[in-house]
Design a binder for this molecule. Sequence first.
Ligand code: ARG
Length: 466
Amino acid sequence: MTSQFSKKSEAWSARFSEPVSDLVKRYTASVFFDNRMATVDIQGSLAHAEMLQAQQIISAQDYADIQRGMAQISAEIESGQFTWLLDLEDVHLNIEKRLTELVGDAGKRLHTGRSRNDQVATDIRLYMRNAIDNIIELIAALRLALLDLAEKHSDTILPGFTHMQVAQPITFGHHILAYVEMFGRDAERMADCRKRVNRLPLGAAALAGTTFPIDRLRVARTLGFDDVCHNSLDAVSDRDFAIEFCAAASLVMTHISRMSEELIIWMSPRVGFIDIADRFCTGSSIMPQKKNPDVPELARGKTGRVNGNLIALLTLMKGQPLAYNKDNQEDKEPLFDTVDTLVDTLRIFADMASGITVKPEAMRAAALQGYATATDLADYLVKKGLPFRDAHEAVALAVRTCVDKGCDLSDMPLAELQSFSHLIEADVFDVLTLDGSVAARDHIGGTAPNQVRLAIARLRKQLNAN
Ligand code: ARG
C-alpha cells in the first residue's frame, strides 16, 4: 500500500474556534500506522451498514450507496491511489470522509449508532484474528520442518547437558522434539487467545451503547465473531486480548531465542556439532575467515523488543480509568511490531530448519568425553541389587580414577572396574556404550531412537489432524 499524506488546515468541528498546530496534528494522528487496518475497517463498516438497513435505521438505497463507495475505496487502497490525509487523523475518518465524497449523504449516515471507540476495538480484533490464524499456520510449518530434522537424526547421539556440563547421552532427534513440544504449546496458547479476541465490541458506541434499535448479534454473525462483548464500557476499553497475544508471542520468541542460543553454540568451531546454510549467515568486514550465525543471533535479539512490546501494553493499560481514553491509540505500534517480528521470525526459522547440517561424528566424539554413561553404570549396579546411593558412590570413585588416569569408564579393564564393585561382570560393557545408554531409555518421553520415532509419528498425526 503506498500512502500519500497531504495537508489541509481546519478546526475539528463547529465546536472549536481554532485548528490544532501542525505539531499537535502529527502528535495525535495515527493514520501513519493504523492504515494497515483499512481492509478490516471497511469489512466492519459494511457489516454495520447491513445491520442498519435490516433494522430500517438507514434505507436500502443508503446501504447500496455505501457498498458501492466502499468497493471503490477498496480498489483505490489496493492500487495505491488512495490519498491518506494527516488532517483526518486516522484510518476511520479517512475512509469515512472519502465515502462521503463518493456517495454523499449515505456516507454521512454510516456512523449512525457507532463511535470510533467501538469501531477501532472491532478493527483491532478483526486484524488480530487474521494475524493469529496466520501465526498458527506458521508455527505448524516450523514444527513440521523440525519434525523432518528430528526424523533424520532419530539415532544420532550427542551429549545432553545440565549446567552446561556433559550429563547423559541423548539422541539429536529427541533434543529437537523438545522444541516441537514447546511450539505446540505456543500454538495452543494462540488458539486460546483467539477465543477472547473473537468477540464483537461494535454496538457499545462511545461507551454507553446507543439509542438506535441495533442488532448486535446480527453484526457478530456477519463478521464471524463467536459472541458480543457483554458490557459496553468494557467493550470499548478492553485491550486484554492484545496483551494476552503479546504474552503468547513473547513465549514463542523465548522458545525461538533458546533454540537460537543452542544453534549458535553448536555452530561455534569449538563445538562444531552443526553448520547452518550460508543463506542464513554473513561474513565479517574485517575477518575473512568468519561465518556468523546472524539469523539466530538477530532472533535472540528481537526477543527483547517483543518482550518490550508486552511491557509497553501492560503499562499502557494500568492507569486508565473506564472507558475509552486516547492512550489506547498507543496500543497499535507495539501490537503490529509484535505481529511483524513474529511472522518474519517464524517464516525464516521454518526455512532455516531445513538448512541445518548435522555433524554426527563430532556429536558422538563429544558424547564419549565427560563420562556420559556414569549413570548407566550406577543403574547397572542397582539392577544387581546394590542400593542406588551406594552405586552412585562406587561409580563416583571409578570416575575419579578415570579422571586421574585420563581415560573413559569403558577404557578400564574389567578387573579394574571390579575393584569398585564385585557385582560388575563382563556384561558391563554393554551399558557403558553410548548406543546402549540411549536405547535403554525406552519409555514415553525417553530418548531411545525407538521412542523418538514413535513421538514423531504421534506428532505428525496431530499436525495433520489440525
Ligand atoms: N485512532 C483512535 C485509536 O486508535 C480511534 C478512536 C478515537 N476515539 C476518540 N474518541 N478519539 O484509538
